[in-house]
Write a protein that binds this ligand. Structure first.
Ligand SMILES: NC(=O)c1ccc[n+]([C@@H]2O[C@H](COP(=O)([O-])OP(=O)(O)OC[C@H]3O[C@@H](n4cnc5c(N)ncnc54)[C@H](OP(=O)(O)O)[C@@H]3O)[C@@H](O)[C@H]2O)c1
Length: 262
């Protein structure tokens, strides 16, 4: 299927690993020109080079923190008028007892999970609307919709982000600017590898055994963790010409872990 976005310009924030990288790869395969941000320069340059080599796409890496004013200025200077904006970050820290989460934890996380994507939308959505074409996809978390104490720093800011996206989506849908969200469950990303390899070392088990424990304990019907490249393909779908009638939606991709009837 041709997504009809060859030659479009995209910013992908948080694109050197995990699901952000999945989105970079899928958009590059569609012929989209990319500006990709991440904090760690070495991994970012390597990732961009590999994707460019595989796809022939034009990819500009910007090493910076997208949750700072300085970072946002750098990214927007490299691509002031994107057709596509994709945003994500690393999963916020897992939390124990809700009583242990203090204000500084909240404020640190709000910058990257909520305020930065809001600032980017404010900066680029008006231009998209003026040009009559735009797509925005935030890769948030299933915890936005299905709260859990362990994900208190992850779910609430993204629930707020989804709320904001729906409000803005209703304003600009008439201008063919479609704003949607992907809400993932557990996937084999770099941050998950770090977490479960550390747990395996601590418990004298393997990564696969730790993943299986999680799958059993949290009853994931698919019986596996997801593939971040598949998330990338769904992000690209939301960025397609064919997405011209999907506004303010949030797609949960979690192997059936949190299915309800609708
Ligand atoms: N993985 C899962 O199983 C899972 C489950 C539920 C929800 N999620 C959600 O899915 C999203 C993506 O998670 P992931 O596992 O793919 O993350 P990841 O593997 O840690 O990748 C995150 C990417 O974002 C970049 N990044 C992080 N903070 C940044 C910042 N402030 N400025 C610029 N770049 C930044 C990272 O590079 P640098 O570190 O070099 O900056 C990296 O490229 C997150 O919203 C997470 O909460 C993930």
């Amino acid at each position: 299927m041709d997504l009809g976005i060859s030659g479009k310009k995209a910013i992908v924030n948080g694109g050197s690993a995990g699901m952000g990288l999945g989105a970079v790869l899928s958009l590059a395969r569609e012929g989209v020109d990319l500006v990709v941000s991440a904090r760690g320069e070495e991994r970012l340059l390597r990732a961009c080079e590999e994707v460019a080599l595989e796809t022939g796409a034009s990819i500009t890496p910007i090493a910076c923190d997208h949750s700072t004013d300085e970072g946002r200025e750098k990214i927007l200077a490299a691509c002031p008028d994107p057709d596509i904006l994709v945003g994500t970050c690393s999963p916020p820290p897992f939390t124990g007892d809700y009583q242990t989460v203090d204000n500084s934890d909240w404020l640190d996380n709000l910058e990257v999970t909520l305020l930065s994507p809001v600032q980017f939308m404010k900066a680029v959505v008006p231009g998209m609307a003026k040009r009559g074409w735009g797509r925005v996809v935030n890769i948030g978390t299933g915890a936005a919709k299905y709260p859990a104490q362990v994900r208190i720093l992850s779910g609430p800011p993204r629930a707020a982000l989804v709320n904001y996206c729906v409000a803005v989506a209703k304003v600009v849908a008439k201008d063919n600017v479609m704003i949607n969200n992907v809400l993932p469950g557990m996937h084999h990303t770099s941050s998950i590898a770090d977490r479960y390899n550390a747990m395996a070392e601590q418990n004298g088990t393997s990564y696969d055994e730790e993943i299986q424990k999680f799958v059993d304990e949290w009853r994931i019907p698919a019986g596996i963790f997801g593939d971040p490249e598949h998330i990338g393909d769904f992000v690209a779908m939301f960025c397609s010409q064919q997405a011209a009638f999907i506004a303010g939606q949030s797609l949960v991709i979690d192997g059936g872990q949190t299915n309800s009837t609708f």
